[in-house]
Write a protein that binds this ligand. Sequence first.
Ligand SMILES: [Zn+2]
Length: 266
Amino acid sequence: MKKLTACFNFILGVSVLILLLCAPHNGYAKKKVRKIVIDAGHGGRDPGCHGVYSYEKDITLAVAKKVGKLIQNELSDTKVVYTRDYDWYPELKERTEIANREKADLFISIHVNSTPKRNSPVKGTLVLVCGPSRVNEKEGAIGEHANNFEENQGLLDPNDPITSIIIAQYSQAFLAQSIVFGSKINEEFANQGRYTEGIRQQSLQVLASSAMPGVLVEIGYLNNSEEENYLNSEEGQMEVAMAIFKGIKFYKEETEKDPIQITIEN
Ligand SMILES: [Zn+2]
């Protein structure tokens, strides 16, 4: 039995390595952004976090649909794929499977943050990319506050050897592009006058298993009454969707640009 397990682990390790070695390592390997997966966090039996009167799963879905409409209206050559377009719960694994099966060029997961306190003054947006964590992961888990239990379930154990290989290879292939995308979204939130917690690296399951650049965006705090009202308003949802859309548009333009030609004159 021991031998069998060792053999299985070896085959698994080799398969993962072959798969990862085949992934594009050049930051600009893909020239066209033709398909974008929009992932509305949580859903169905998993409501996510909640405020006084609303659930995360409903806000993420409403914003996801608005982002999708903006893409359909303004980027006619780009297809939108939703991991869910109604109130049900796809497992995290299913979400990345959808993205990989569709061979999407970009992945965006939309979430709402929270802390355990009711009516907390903590507010703001946060953009997460998948990479080796720079801070103590336990202290730095999702937001500075480490209290969004539902989100913490989506964190991988960085001490697991296979996980650390997957994260390292994902980072090599997609981290730079994901940062280009995420930084633009963060910049747009700041331009809109939102408080932002910036952009941060985490070992996120939903991103690590996907074969494309991507980010997870926390669009505000649901247990902050001001932000709960904002995120439930048509205007607030539209503003958030616009910041994400501008990030997508910028990323698409940057990716599809001709590579810079450098001529050296003698
Ligand atoms: Zn969430």
